[in-house]
Design a protein. Structure first.
Length: 133
């Protein structure tokens, strides 16, 4: 199984909550049983079930939800955050590794359960589609 799909697939079928917009293009969202309430433009995703994640080699990503919502992320124009590539989004799990998707079409997996060399940046070479079965 693709390493990105292996990290994303356990969240499929779980409710999404605490969706928030951070600095720049940063978006955060939680999956599983909600523990708090949130308001604002991204609050419409609260309680929806994540049904799919699609990632293109360009780092463009689409998160799809059961009630028809879709959240799309796009890389910022080159140089927006300096000369170095920026993390477009991160995928955290409570006990496992962290997936970071960068704006230059690369990803890294880090954390306590990452494979050896997991901090290594690897290219996203093909479209990655993870859907609930």
């Amino acid at each position: 199984m693709d390493p990105i799909a292996g990290l994303v697939s356990p969240a499929l079928g779980m409710p999404c909550w605490l969706v928030r917009h951070g600095h720049g293009s940063f978006v955060a969202m939680e999956f599983g049983e909600p523990r708090v309430q949130i308001s604002g433009p991204l609050a419409m995703l609260n309680g929806q079930i994540l049904t799919g994640v699609s990632i293109e080699p360009s780092s463009r990503t689409r998160f799809t939800f059961d009630l028809g919502c879709m959240l799309s992320t796009y890389p910022a124009p080159r140089g927006t955050y300096g000369a170095e590539p920026a993390r477009q989004w991160k995928w955290y799990t409570r006990t496992g590794p962290v997936l970071a998707i960068r704006d230059d079409g690369a990803y890294a997996i880090s954390g306590p359960q990452a494979r050896p060399g997991g901090h290594q940046r690897l290219p996203i070479t093909t479209d990655v589609h993870v859907t609930a079965s």
